[in-house]
Design a binder for this molecule. Structure first.
Ligand code: C2E
Ligand code: CA
Ligand code: CA
Length: 766
């Protein structure tokens, strides 16, 4: 009998300890804790009986007092375990009240009916508890494991087992102890199995959750541990083009990182894994296995993998956002029509190249403007104009070195920027660019199945020689381009520093010009025009000069353009006109004779409706007869404001002032215009005289002369530098010749003697 009791106690002890240990391992499984302690509490029951059997009344009383409490405690623990198994939360308050109630019931039963009734009561309560447990676990679907369903019936059997002692007293003790041990063992095993099942379920749940979180995440997740990839989710494999974990190795990742970055990434992984750094984020361009670009955002941080430190990398594929961004940037920096970089891109590039602290690498900026494009557009329509701009952009791109950036700034204006060159010669680079452009424009441009010849004016600025900051460099190239515009045909000019050096912005230019006009810093030089037949002086052209104090001579092309830009051309033009008339008066006084003097008039001066009155007033105030004054107006200004020009020319003519068409052949030569404007003289532009005596050039000059002849116009050939040019120009029909062959522009006291008798030095034609 003793053995049965000992085995029973041992089973309770083992099962109790096992269950409590399970709980200590996994505290989410509270039922193991309660059931474990119930088993251990059960051990106290034999001790209670032993006390009651003692001869000492105090010990017996203690036993009698302890037994109902121990029984109540056991039942309460079983109840709590049952509830937690059935997922019914056990509150402390409920457990306390339940315990007290049980103690009261057990004590009353023991007190009223003695030991037997006490045992019967406890057995009944425990059996009922088993029934309730069976009901809960079986009916409510509280658990999905069939093993757990055995808990209720086993508790019922354990409760019923207690009746053996009630019925047979000590005779049944061995049987009850043996059956109890077996049932308790079965119950313990079922509970342990349930705990295992529940643990496995929780693990599976966690794993499932992890899979849902990582495998379905669009963000790539990569775990590195001591330079090995231990985990990569589907998104990550997708990013690196791997089909499974075998394809996901360090080599694949390393290959995707540009060489320059590899060492940095390696160090970063080490620092994070060793805890020297918490986390780190960066963005970078990578390439897919098919070569496609992808913009990735990486976030590295320290994590734990299999209990050891590891580095987790979150990888976001930001390619779409990046590409959208790039598209926006591209749009902002490119011209829609030609797809070439635009003005904003040019400024960005120039600002990047012009270093504020000391010069960066040298480079060449060429601004290029198509000649007479506005008129071409008007004649052929804007759609055709657009095609030309596109074709030219394309042709430039194809013709120039790949290092030269081709940009379209606006309308018919392009910019060409050479690659930076360390210490090479900028001049050579500029010459090479200009030569390429010239060669390109010498050939016809194919547009819409047709062929078009274009001329362009090129302004060249060298960094850092011409200017040291982006804006000044652009201005310098722009001014040079405007100078080039004055020369017909495709021509180029190198930016001059003189004006820009002293005056870098419009306001400064205005101040300098205004001061120059007030201080009478501008003066005129006079270039003779001679008769093509006799070589005798026929007239002078007055040309403005500005020797800017502290700066030096400034080209008239530059300061006239600046005066036009700043609105000072009216004042300057008036001052120059006055000077010319005063000089005529002086020569008349000195030599008692004169020749007509031609004064250049800016198109902007001509726009002023009171211009003829101004001329009349100046002539009058100087006491000069109108016949000695010729005004040279340019073809382009006449074309642009035809109606106004017709009126002005008419009035000037009525006053007796002659009007000459300057730079003829550079603009949109219109026969109609020559007919409408009642002019006196046509000056053939230097660009058409220069190629003489080539037969093509002769044909052009001859055609102009015949046309002029038909309209009763005098013809002056400008820029005559050689006797061949002079002879062919004369033979083609030019009546007057002007150019360095005869004389450079002269100061008044050098020009004066030309009014006297013929001198020997003057070249004569055979
Ligand atoms: P433009 O009216 O066509 O003046 C002729 C230019 O050709 C002058 O340049 C003259 O010096 C230059 N030239 C004359 N013969 C030869 C030659 O044989 N070979 C070469 N290579 N060049 C020759 P400049 O004096 O530099 O004047 C340039 C331009 O500035 C003028 O072109 C004119 O458009 C403008 N300009 C000059 N003075 C005035 C002025 O008082 N008022 C206005 N509005 N413009 C002026
Ligand atoms: Ca002129
Ligand atoms: Ca001219």
């Amino acid at each position: 009998m003793n053995y049965a009791l000992i085995i029973n106690a041992a089973v309770s002890l083992i099962m109790g300890v096992a269950l409590v240990l399970v709980w200590r391992r996994d505290r989410t499984q509270a039922f193991t804790r309660y059931m474990g302690w119930a088993n251990l509490a059960q051990l106290l029951v034999p001790a209670g009986y032993w006390l009651t059997a003692q001869s000492s009344p105090a010990a017996a009383l203690l036993g009698m007092g302890a037994l109902p409490v121990v029984a109540a405690g056991y039942t309460t623990l079983l109840a709590a375990g049952t509830m937690s198994l059935a997922h019914r939360p056990v509150s402390k308050k409920f457990a306390g009240l339940f315990l007290l109630a049980l103690v009261a019931v057990n004590t009353s039963a023991l007190g009223l009916g003695g030991m037997r009734l006490g045992q019967a009561t406890a057995a009944t309560i425990n059996t009922l508890l088993g029934v309730v447990c069976t009901y809960w676990v079986w009916n409510t679907g509280a658990t999905r494991y069939s093993s757990e369903k055995l808990v209720g019936p086993l508790l019922v059997l354990l409760g019923l087992n207690q009746f053996i002692y009630v019925l047979y007293q000590d005779d049944g003790a061995a049987l009850q102890a043996t059956l109890g041990a077996l049932l308790r063992m079965a119950l313990g095993l079922v509970l342990l199995y349930a705990a295992l099942d529940r643990g496995a379920l929780a693990t599976r749940k966690l794993q499932h959750r992890f899979e849902r979180l990582t495998d379905r995440s669009h963000q790539g997740i990569l775990i590195f541990q001591t330079e090995h990839i231990v985990y990569a989710n589907a998104a990550c494999m997708d990013i690196y083009g791997a089909s499974d974990m075998d394809g996901m190795n360090t080599a694949v990742i390393a290959r995707s990182i540009p060489k320059a970055e590899r060492a940095m990434v390696g160090q970063l992984l080490q620092r994070i894994q060793s805890g020297l750094q918490d986390d780190f984020s960066y963005e970078a361009l990578r390439h897919r296995q098919d070569g496609g670009p992808m913009w990735l955002r990486f976030h590295f941080f320290c994590t734990e993998w299999d209990g050891l430190p590891a580095v987790q990398v979150l990888i976001s594929d930001d390619t779409e956002r990046y590409q959208a961004n790039q598209a926006l940037v591209h749009q902002a920096l490119h011209d829609d029509l030609t797809g070439l970089p635009n003005r904003a891109a040019l400024l960005k590039s120039l600002r990047g190249r012009c270093k504020p602290n000391g010069p960066g690498a040298r480079f060449v900026l060429v601004l290029m403007n198509i000649d007479r494009f506005k008129l071409f557009n008007e004649a052929h329509g804007h759609a055709m104009g657009d095609e030309v701009l596109k074709a030219l952009g394309h042709a430039l791109r194809g013709a120039l070195d790949t290092g030269v950036e081709v940009m379209r700034l606006a309308g018919d204006e392009y910019a060409l920027v050479s690659a930076p060159h360390g210490d090479g010669d900028s001049g050579e680079t500029a010459v090479s660019i200009v030569t390429t452009v010239r060669q390109l424009l010498a050939k016809p441009l194919r547009v819409n199945e047709g062929e078009i010849f274009l001329d362009a004016s090129l302004g060249i600025a060298l960094y850092p020689n011409s200017a040291r900051d982006a804006d000044s460099l652009l201005r310098a190239a722009n001014a040079a381009m405007h100078m080039a515009k004055r020369t017909p045909g495709t021509s180029h000019r190198l930016a001059e520093k003189a004006f820009e050096r002293g005056a870098s912005n419009v306001l400064e230019q205005e101040q300098a010009l205004r001061a120059g006009i007030e201080r009478a810093e501008f003066h005129l030089v006079f270039q003779p025009k001679v008769s093509a037949e006799s070589g005798q002086l026929t007239s002078f052209e007055a040309l403005a000069r500005w020797d800017r104090p502290g700066v030096g001579p400034v080209s008239p092309v530059e300061f006239i353009a600046a005066a036009e830009r700043t609105g000072l051309i009216g004042a300057l033009g008036t001052a120059l006109l006055k000077q010319a008339c005063q000089q005529i008066a002086r020569w008349q006084l000195q030599y008692n004779t004169c020749v007509p003097v031609a004064v250049n008039v800016s198109p902007l001066q001509l726009l002023d409706p009171r211009f003829p009155q101004l001329v009349a007033h100046i002539l009058d105030s100087c006491g000069v007869d109108a016949q000695w004054l010729t005004l040279e107006i340019t073809e382009s200004s006449a074309v642009q404001n035809m109606e106004q020009t017709v009126l002005q020319v008419e009035q000037l003519r009525a006053m007796g002032v002659q009007v000459a068409m300057d730079d003829f052949g550079t603009g949109f030569s219109s026969l109609n215009m020559l007919r409408t404007l009642r002019l006196h003289t046509v000056k053939i532009d230097r660009g058409l005289i220069e190629p003489l005596p080539s037969s093509d050039a002769i044909a052009v000059v001859r055609a102009i002369c015949q046309l002029a002849d038909a309209l009763h116009l005098h013809v002056v050939a400008e820029g005559v530098e050689t006797t061949e040019q002079a002879r062919t120009a004369r033979d083609a029909g030019c009546g007057e010749l002007q150019g360095y062959l005869y004389s450079r522009p002269l100061l008044p006291h050098d020009a004066g003697p030309w009014l006297g008798p013929l001198t020997e030095q003057r070249p004569t034609l055979a």
